[in-house]
Unconditional design. Structure first.
Length: 233
């Protein structure tokens, strides 16, 4: 980030309204491009842009220059989050109750299968038990994944933060940033990251569920983590 932008951000955070206004104007294109993704939901495009600018202002006021993170990397998830929150509260984005119901059904079937067979069921087995397609089953598993902090210990005293090599702080709204980055992964890589780091499964367990070898899971996981690292730095 150049010195001029750093200076503008520092001045804006100190209460300089002109610096804040200039930063908002310079980033209007970014806000508008993000707002464009959410058109077609019976909400005026200009209203979406207005809400997006609220996220931009929050990003400017809370951005930590000392972290060395690109401002746009920090701002994008906040803008998206602000628009999604508005749409959800406005009733345009539903909570996905059916997906949650299916998720609970799949997890109940999984727990029962493990208790009876002492091993993880495959996706096809779960799909058969729940009378769902395999795609719906994987989607349901992902929907039940609990939200974790990047600093939460996973497995062998590892964290997503340590694996990605990124220093995150609470102010970054890490949940939104991570979810946005994960959404850009290929579907198989996204499933692996979900099962490994949100369901706390081993590579072997993931391999059995997705019908992959442990080596394939390891390779895809490594590629996914590299992608996430690049997306979050």
């Amino acid at each position: 980030m150049n010195d001029v932008k750093c200076s503008l951000i520092e001045r804006a955070q100190a209460g300089d309204e002109k610096a804040l206004e200039r930063l908002v104007c310079e980033n209007t294109g970014l806000v508008r491009s993000i707002a464009l993704r959410f058109t077609g939901r019976n909400v005026d495009y200009d209203d979406l842009c207005q809400i997006g600018h609220i996220g931009m202002i929050k990003a400017i006021r809370n951005f930590d220059i000392s972290r060395g993170t690109a401002f746009s990397t920090y701002a994008v998830p906040l803008i998206i989050g602000e628009i999604k929150r508005f749409l959800r509260d406005d009733g345009e984005i539903k909570v996905g109750r059916e997906l949650k119901r299916r998720g609970a059904l799949v997890m109940a079937a999984r727990e029962k299968y493990i208790a009876e067979n002492l091993c993880e069921p495959t996706v096809s087995q779960l799909a058969s038990l729940c009378k769902l397609s395999e795609e719906e089953t994987v989607e349901s598993i992902a929907a039940t994944a609990h939200t974790v902090s990047l600093s939460e210990t996973i497995g062998d005293d590892l964290t997503l933060e340590s694996l990605l090599g990124v220093d995150f702080t609470p102010e970054i709204n890490e949940k939104i940033a991570l979810e946005q980055a994960i959404s850009t992964l290929e579907s198989s890589e996204r499933e692996i990251i979900t099962l490994r780091y949100f369901r706390n499964m081993t590579q072997s367990e993931v391999g059995r569920i997705l019908n992959m070898t442990q080596v394939t899971v390891s390779r895809k996981e490594a590629r996914a983590l590299l992608h996430l690292r690049n997306a979050l730095t």
